[in-house]
Design a protein around this ligand. Sequence first.
Ligand code: F6R
Length: 592
Amino acid sequence: MCGIVGYIGRKREELQDIILDGLRKLEYRGYDSWGIALVSNPSVAVKKYVGAISEATLRFDDGVNAHAAIGHTRWATHGGVCEANAHPHLDCTGNIAIVHNGIIENYAELRRRLERKGHEFSSDTDSEVVAHLIEENMKAGMSFGMAFREAIRELKGSYAIIAAHGGSKALLCARKDSPLVIGMADHGHFICSDPVAFLEHTKKAIFLDDHEMGVVTENGVWIIDLERDVLKKKNPIIIEWDVSRAEKQGYPHFMEKEIMEQEDTILKAVMQPEKVIEKAARMLNEAYGVFFVACGSSYYAALASSYIFSKVAKKHINVVDASEFKYYEHFITPKTLVVAISQSGETADVLDAVKTAKKKKARIMAITNVMGSTLMRMADFTILMNCGPEICVVATKSFTAQLAILETLAYATVQKAKEVRKAYEDLVPHIRDVLSPGNRNFLDGLAERMVEKHHIFCIGRGISHAMALEAALKIKEVTYIHAEGFAGGALKHGNIALIEKGTPCIVFAPEDETHDEIVSNAMEVKSRGGWIIGIGSRRHEVFDEFIKVPHTEIGNAILSILPVQYLAYRIAVLRGYDPDKPRNLAKSVTVK
Ligand code: F6R
């Protein structure tokens, strides 16, 4: 779950800044250490650092006359966090540098073989073997390109790799199960884990597929199909993202900015071309068995929508955590529709679930934010979330965009797509209202009173059960306070034992069929000393604190999660944490 970036082109004076800037944009993928290699003829110069890249300034002060550069920001998998384990890794000669995202599963056996041949390793990583494998192949007389290709063939596991050689005018890259995209600018070419790293230079991109290799020079890009050993023609696509969306635009953190963007992004998500919604509704209606598969917040969006499908469309949806999906494969037939929901479109568990479904010849619909992502390319049909790059590691605007799209689809399956669009247009002022300065001010005060708590519980019923789960996830991810979400009815079956005097309990109490029962559950908590924070449109005496959200028939769950996103954000900031980069987390979970 690291981020990699490479550049080769005419902007030679700015090489270091280009790579550094690209790494900053990719830092959400990993942020324990980082490094850059400048490639000149015939040598490679490397600098590595432990810690965050955000504020770093980097200078190769020996005036290296480089023509290309590669960089890496790390989320440790094999080997601790230290300078030696940071990428780029070099071969024994110091002329071959590689950066890698993924896990080389057979690295131990490759390393033993290479060590027997005299190679000396400088790190504990799985990645370093790649540099030495290339070196070994070149020693045997192969060109850099050939040596790279043969090295890739030996790898088992997942990888997006860029390799550079001091004597070569090309950067080489290859991928399997980790994302890799080539950006084509007027002044040169980029190779990155995510197009956000090059968006300010170009929107023209070629996404690599598994078992493809790229040969990238200042003036050209060649793609080789490694399975058939032939050159492959791939046309670039244009990424329609607004570059400024990847900047903080005056906000102290991306998390706050992305929370506040939701008055735009939710509507954008719903305003899909009519044909897209019609086709998706047809696929849902024609399927014999529908599975929604996703992870984390995307899973909770799927779970929430299953209540809407049940109520509005009388349709049963099997909602499965993507990492568990393969154990249901016995139920999958060619008539099954698998809807894979993933902001990044790169989550390994989601892709794995889709592979399982494809083997059974099921149809695949993707709901993803990233145009050209692996998920999009694997799916038969895709709905793009259109909420722009989400940089903060935790999901906010992508969660509400997913939920808005799924709610739209539920209505569309019963020919009410127009109704739902109109309802979402009417939702915008309510979103503004929930996140108004006055309401945020109130939440700031509430955050101050929650900052020292050790446990926070969240409860809801029906669709609000999913909101309770999402609320708890948001709180624990950024504040590191233990938070748990439950179905209101589940409390008394054990969890209520955890309630003590003053324990905060966030109660989702919308004006729907769950209202009275969740209020009773809140009373059960209160009578054991719990501090009740109610979210709904009507104040109730059981609430010690009340967060008012307007009542709406459509989009109400979305309104109810917004204040919790902001509350989690504020608590994190008050506790002195960076909510954009929570410890141990990475945005794109590309390992299983
Ligand atoms: C939560 C969060 C994660 C992601 C999960 C799935 O704030 O960000 O739980 O929701 O890793 O990611 P995607 O949607 O990219 O598949």
